[in-house]
Design a protein. Structure first.
Length: 132
């Protein structure tokens, strides 16, 4: 079973993102456990118990960069879809982020990120992509 974690500092954004992810997964006949976190400490404490299969990361500025770096160092095989208010595309490439895009959070961009991640998972390799 897939576990998809959402890490964002805004509750409404987390709920909306979960809805987008749930819609996409339902279309693909995949029914993951989706968990929403607003505090990095709580998120990383939970990952020690259950490592997420993929993380949708939507934290502002350097907080997002720090979370992405920490997540990748702890769990190199965890899929990461990263949305930021700053252009961290070079960092995303360096960190092997599966999909990076800049805010606003939009359903189509989340779907693209998940689609790329699922294709990589099936094929066994990663093709990184970013959206502007």
């Amino acid at each position: 079973m897939y576990c998809i974690a959402i890490l964002t500092d805004q509750e409404q954004e987390g709920q909306k993102s979960a809805e987008y992810i749930r819609n996409y997964c339902t279309e693909k006949h995949v029914f993951p456990l989706i968990e929403i976190y607003q505090k990095q400490e709580q998120f990383f404490a939970q990952t020690l118990k259950t490592v997420p299969t993929v993380v949708f990361l939507a934290l502002p500025g350097v907080s997002g960069l720090n979370a992405a770096e920490h997540l990748r160092s702890l769990y190199p095989k965890c899929g990461i879809i990263w949305c930021s208010d700053l252009d961290f595309s070079l960092h995303a490439f360096r960190l092997r982020i599966e999909y990076f895009f800049m805010k606003p959070v939009e359903e189509q961009k989340i779907k693209e990120g998940l689609s790329i991640w699922f294709e990589c998972k099936k094929g066994g390799g990663y093709e990184r992509k970013e959206s502007n």
